[in-house]
Design a protein. Structure first.
Length: 116
């Protein structure tokens, strides 16, 4: 199932709850965000039309669920994984405590296209 380009939002922070979020850098076409999610929190299914998400885990464990093709990735501290543009993905906490990770997003215009 190929993702169809949809109009994405420029700020998805109101669409889901996390324990903490911080923006470390933002330049045209690139940004670095830090998220902390609790054991039962997640970043819902979505994709980005023009940018890649590179996840880098600082603390805890993160589980990524991906489509096109279907895949599950488990990340521990110090590990990274890049999700290509237009590939649907869901981010969950893969451990018992909080998970803290960086998301490097670029290069291109950011958008967040939720899947229902």
């Amino acid at each position: 199932m190929e993702a169809v380009e949809r109009e994405g939002v420029k700020d998805a922070s109101h669409l889901y709850e996390v324990e903490r979020r911080a923006r470390h850098a933002e330049r045209p076409g690139f940004r670095i965000s830090e998220l902390q999610i609790g054991p039962r929190q997640q970043v819902p299914w979505h994709y980005h039309n023009h940018i890649e998400d590179t996840f880098y885990v600082l603390q805890g464990r993160v589980r990524l669920f991906l489509r096109d093709p279907k895949e599950e990735v488990r990340l521990a501290p110090g590990e990274t994984y890049t999700v290509r543009a237009r590939r649907p993905h869901l981010v969950t906490n893969g451990g018992e405590g909080s998970a803290v990770f960086l998301v490097l997003q670029g290069i291109g215009e950011y958008d967040y296209a939720p899947l229902t």
